[in-house]
Structures are given as structure tokens and as C-alpha cells.
Design a protein around this ligand. Structure first.
Ligand code: GLC
Length: 614
């Protein structure tokens, strides 16, 4: 009986999407046998799916907004940095729970060649865990243990490329045509030269150019990222099918959220910039339907590190959705611009854009992640505010390396490109806020200032709709780690400055309220609990910005079901008065005290969360 129900359920799901799948697949590949194989395999992966996961799929189908609540809180972490191995992470679930986390993004952990791994983003086997981290069985055990505690697990699905050590690449290097056709090979530089005219570079200094010479076969191979990351050719239906089987294999290990790495790059056309091409959306739409048929509990998180106009199309449309969630990357970069300039105008404008988007778009909000910060700001608007692109980027990079008089930040440049005069920046939140300088100089006033700024930025992030994601270590104000500079395999890639080992000794100070670690941990804990308790933080609340007549102050309002909150965030080192008042009794959510909202004074680098009930 149960079996029959399952079969029926599958048919219903398939029925809903089959016409569109056929249509899109034939449009892409015009290949009936490969389509038939794909459909057979979908059924096969569904049958293999664990019963508990199937039950959770059904529950999530019944509650499609299950991930949109105000209680979702993410953390991204490197397994080796946090707990050594996957088993180690399982042993540390208590710490994550204590830190209010119910969504863990495990940074890349699949097999990858040491020293040619791009932090794990060069996968040599999509079905094998890096041996020093554990096994697929460990992963399954971890997902099960997490699910018992209602924690979701996210992983990267690196679909744009494979490592040069992946079996396909190895066989391609032996000259096997079948495998060469899974990548982009050229026997002459003519065509690559044409691509180079229109395709920008991702790593202009650490990995210049988009092609790599492959002497074994006397061909050039396309390598948009590092030379050891070979771009997959999705014009070949075998690539699409096999990658979908890999996807379903990983989904069946119990992964809840798949982060589609570098998704804008997956389709290439000569004469274009090879970014965000229409067929990328065809593929993501196919993936969404495949998920809805085989594993409807799994969410797609698109990694689109671009301006809002390019990000939003990845949500798809109401009838034809693509990704469930996307990163709020421009808000992140604009927040740091605001820290460096004390000028909230651009951030306010950016928030107005995001606040106007449909409420069912779910954004992941973050201050820092494993990657550099690219200064992708709205320079047209900045020009009207008196900032010029090249000199402003230089200012930001100088500021966050502590090279200007007003800055206590510490950081490293990333991909400093003399041609475009562009460079990005790497550092942890706390080091960017000045905590590293404060601790190094034993300067209590500076430590205070850094802790306050750090907390104000988190309070601001928690005020936004969507899912806040904390970068592991930020909850205890972890500083930059410069040890990568002595490791020849890492020294070239300054992103390792913010990928240091989690400092468990510092974490032990988290309940010591006199330590910076304890002050940050405790305040974040209180904010997180408030956020998950107060419905005004729900993703579908109405959100707006408020003009306080003070450019260094940002004010945001949220309203939901007769509850309202006004948040004030002071980005300056001076106390500021918000020229804003409202009748009625408010509750200061952090202090728990009743208060009036009458032109409040916001201390330097501080914030206020004031709530009113109607
Ligand atoms: C994504 C990752 C980044 C990696 C790149 C190539 O952008 O976040 O770390 O270098 O993809 O896979």
C-alpha cells in the first residue's frame, strides 16, 4: 500500500512537470534517447531515496514556506577548520545549537587534489568525500543527526567545472573524444582568442586568462577559474545528465540546501561575456523541476555574485520558479562601503530596491563569507554623491587595510589587477571592525569601538528580511589568520586570511562577558533569540527605510500583524540624534525597557531596536 502511494505521488509530481521538462530538454539538446535516460534515472534516484527523507519531502510540500520563518539562522563553516572531520562536526552540534544555528553550510568537502583545490571548488569526485574529512557514510550520519535536531545542511554543488583530476578530465587528457567533448577543447588559439575579447577574467592576477594549454593532447581547454578547474560543456547532454545524477546522489545523502556554485557561468557562447546567458536559466529551471519531482524538500541556493538586476532573474517567475534563495551580495558590499564612508545614502537606496521586491524572494544576508569582497557598488548613484569608481575602490581597499588615518581595520588585497585598477578585499568581520588592532595595541577604547561596530553591523543584518548567515568564527569575533602566507600552497590566495582554524580556546571565553569574545557572543545570542521570537522579523513583513536627516544614521522600519519595529544604526564614531519621533509606548528590545520614540540619541557605533504593538 505504502509502496503504491509512493508510486502515485511520484507520478503526480512527474505529471505536473513532464511537458515543460520535455519541451526545455528538447530545446536544449534535441535528443530523445538522452531524455528518456534522464527520466528513467529520476525514477531510479527517487526509488533509492531514504524513507525518512521522503517523509520530510512530503511535509515540506505541504508547508512550502517552511524555510521562510524568522527563526532560520545559518552558519557557514569549513569542516577542517571547525572540527577536523565530518564526525567532529557531529560531535560539535551542541555548540551550533547553543549558537542558535539551524542551517549549516558545510564548505566544499568532496574529494579534491591538495594544493590544486581552490578551497575545495575543484572537485575530482562528486561521490566521494575528501578522505581526511571522512566518508559518504559519515555525511549521511551527520545529516541524520542534524535532522533529528531540526538543523538543515547546505553544501556546494560545483557544476560549472571539475578538477583536472576528475576521471572525465583524466580520460580527456588521454585523448578520448567522448570525454574531451565534456569540456571545451580547441586545437588552435584562434577561437580562444575570440572568446578572450568578450569574456572578463575572474581571477585576473592569480589565474589570468580563460584558457589553459593542455600538452598531453595539444589542445587548449577552457578554464574560467583556476587552470586546474576545467569548464564543463553543458551543450553535451551527457554532461547535464551525469551532473544531475551526481546532484541527486548528494541530495539523497540528506542535503537540504544545494548551493549552485558559480551558476551564471554554466553556459558559454562565443561573442558574449559567457555570464547569465538565457540557457543558464533553462538549466536552472530544469534542475528546479527535477528537485520537485525527486526530492521536493531540497532547496536551490544560487550563487550569483552580481548586481541586483542580474541576481533577481534567478528566482524565475511565479509559474516557473528557479532558485529558492539567492545571496544579498550588493547589500553586503554596500554595508562595508557605509562603514568606510559613514555615509548611509547608498545603503538606504540599495535597501529601498530590495524592499520593493516581491516578499516571496528569499535572500541570504551576510557580512562576510569565505570569498573576498568585490566592490560591486552602484557607481552611477555614487557619482551623484561625489564618489568616482577607481579612486573610491582604492579608498575602500586602503581603508580596510588600515592605511588611511581614520581606519583601524586590517585586511589583505585580493586579485589586485593593475590593468583594470580593480582589487578586492579579504578579512574577517572583527578585523575589519578594528578588533585586531585594538587587541594588538591593548587599547580598551579601540576594542570597545570595534565590538560595538561589529554588533551594530550584525543588528543591521538581522533587521533585513531573509536568512541571516553568520560566517563561522564571527560569533566570537575571530581575527584574521596570516599563517597562510607561510604555506606555499595557499600564499597566493589571500582569501585564506579569513579561512583560519576556528579558535576553540577563544570560544571558551564566550560566557565571559568581560572578554570581547563573550561580549560579541552574548549580544548576538540575545539578538538572535529576539529575532526568532518576534514576528515582526518575518520575511513577509513590510519593510521601509526612514530619513533621519543624519547621513551617518540608518533607520529601518518593519511592520507585521500589528507589530512594528524601528531600528536605528549609527555608522559614525560620534553620538547622533535621529530626527524622528513617533507617538506611543515602545519597547527597547535589547534592554527590555519601555521607552518613548522622541528624537532618540544613538551612541557612537550603536543601534536601537524599538518595538511597538498596536
Ligand atoms: C565560487 C566560490 C569561490 C570559487 C569559485 C569557483 O565563486 O565561492 O570560492 O573560487 O566559485 O568555483
Amino acid at each position: 500500500m505504502e509502496k503504491k502511494n509512493e508510486e502515485q505521488l511520484y507520478q503526480e509530481r512527474l505529471e505536473k512537470h513532464i511537458d515543460e521538462i520535455k519541451w526545455l530538454y528538447m530545446e536544449l539538446y534535441d535528443n530523445e534517447p538522452m531524455l528518456a535516460e534522464l527520466l528513467d534515472q529520476l525514477k531510479n534516484w527517487y526509488e533509492k531515496r531514504d524513507l525518512k527523507l521522503k517523509a520530510s519531502d512530503r511535509e515540506r510540500e505541504r508547508m512550502p514556506d517552511w524555510y521562510k520563518g524568522n527563526d532560520m539562522l545559518g552558519m557557514m563553516l569549513y569542516i577542517e577548520n571547525f572540527a577536523g572531520t565530518i564526525k567532529g562536526v557531529k560531535d560539535r552540534i551542541d555548540y551550533l545549537q547553543e549558537s542558535n544555528i539551524n542551517y549549516i553550510h558545510l564548505m566544499p568537502f568532496l574529494d579534491t587534489p591538495e594544493g590544486r583545490s581552490d578551497g575545495g571548488y575543484a572537485v575530482s569526485d562528486f561521490r566521494k568525500v575528501r578522505p581526511d574529512l571522512g566518508t559518504i557514510d559519515d555525511l549521511k550520519e551527520l545529516t541524520e543527526a542534524c535532522h533529528e535536531k531540526k538543523i538543515n545542511l547546505c553544501m556546494d554543488f560545483v557544476m560549472n567545472h571539475t578538477s583536472e583530476d576528475h576521471e572525465w578530465a583524466v580520460r580527456a587528457r588521454k585523448g578520448e573524444g567522448e570525454y574531451m567533448s565534456r569540456y571545451f577543447f580547441f586545437d588552435h588559439f584562434d577561437i580562444p582568442a575570440q572568446y578572450e575579447k568578450t569574456v572578463p577574467q575572474v581571477f585576473p592576477t592569480t589565474a589570468p586568462g580563460n584558457f589553459t594549454w593542455c600538452p598531453e593532447v595539444n589542445h587548449y581547454v577552457m578554464t574560467t577559474f583556476y587552470p586546474y578547474q576545467w569548464d564543463l560543456n553543458y551543450k553535451n547532454p551527457r554532461v547535464f545528465n551525469e551532473m544531475m545524477y551526481n546532484f541527486l546522489f548528494l541530495a539523497n545523502c540528506g542535503i537540504d540546501i544545494m548551493r549552485i556554485d558559480a551558476v551564471p557561468y554554466i553556459w558559454k557562447e562565443l561573442g558574449t561575456n559567457c555570464r547569465n546567458l538565457p540557457k543558464v536559466h533553462t538549466i536552472v529551471r530544469l534542475m528546479r523541476m527535477i528537485c520537485e519531482i525527486v526530492c521536493p524538500g531540497v532547496l536551490l541556493l544560487g550563487e550569483v555574485v552580481m548586481e541586483p538586476q542580474k541576481v533577481v532573474p534567478y528566482f524565475g517567475t511565479v509559474e516557473k520558479p528557479e532558485c529558492h534563495m539567492l545571496y544579498n551580495v550588493t547589500t553586503m558590499a554596500t554595508t562595508w562601503h557605509t562603514v568606510a564612508t559613514r555615509d548611509t545614502r547608498l545603503l538606504k537606496k540599495q535597501l529601498d530596491i530590495v524592499n520593493d521586491l516581491p516578499k516571496d524572494y528569499v535572500f541570504l544576508n551576510y557580512l562576510r563569507c569565505h570569498d573576498d569582497i568585490g566592490w560591486g557598488l552602484d557607481y552611477d548613484t555614487l557619482k551623484t554623491e561625489g564618489f568616482e569608481e577607481v579612486s573610491h575602490k582604492k579608498y575602500l581597499n586602503d581603508y580596510f587595510r588600515g592605511l588611511t588615518g581614520y581606519s583601524d581595520s586590517r585586511g589583505r588585497l585580493y586579485n589586485d589587477d593593475p590593468v583594470s585598477q580593480d582589487a578586492r578585499l579579504c578579512a574577517t568581520t572583527a578585523s575589519m571592525c578594528g578588533l585586531e588592532t585594538g587587541i594588538r595595541d591593548k587599547n580598551e577604547a579601540l576594542i570597545d569601538k570595534a565590538v560595538n561596530l561589529d554588533l551594530t553591523l550584525h543588528a543591521f543584518m538581522f533587521m533585513l528580511s531573509g536568512i541571516p548567515v553568520i560566517y563561522s568564527g564571527d560569533e566570537i569575533g575571530q581575527l584574521n589568520d596570516y599563517s597562510y602566507e607561510d604555506d606555499p600552497k595557499k600564499a597566493d590566495d589571500s582569501r585564506y586570511v579569513h579561512r583560519g582554524a576556528f579558535d576553540w580556546e577563544k570560544a571558551d571565553l564566550r560566557h565571559d562577558l568581560l572578554s570581547p569574545q563573550g561580549r560579541i557572543y552574548d549580544a548576538l545570542d540575545r539578538m538572535e533569540k529576539i529575532r526568532s521570537r518576534e514576528i515582526v522579523f518575518m520575511g513577509n513583513a513590510t519593510v521601509w527605510t526612514i530619513d533621519t536627516e543624519e547621513p551617518e544614521l540608518l533607520a529601518i522600519g518593519r511592520y507585521y500583524k500589528k507589530e512594528k519595529i524601528i531600528g536605528f544604526f549609527n555608522f559614525s564614531e560620534r553620538s547622533k540624534t535621529a530626527h524622528y519621533s513617533e507617538d506611543g509606548a515602545f519597547l527597547d528590545l535589547m534592554s527590555g525597557k519601555e521607552t518613548a520614540l522622541l528624537e532618540p540619541e544613538i551612541p557612537a557605533h550603536s543601534f536601537l531596536w524599538l518595538k511597538k504593538s498596536f
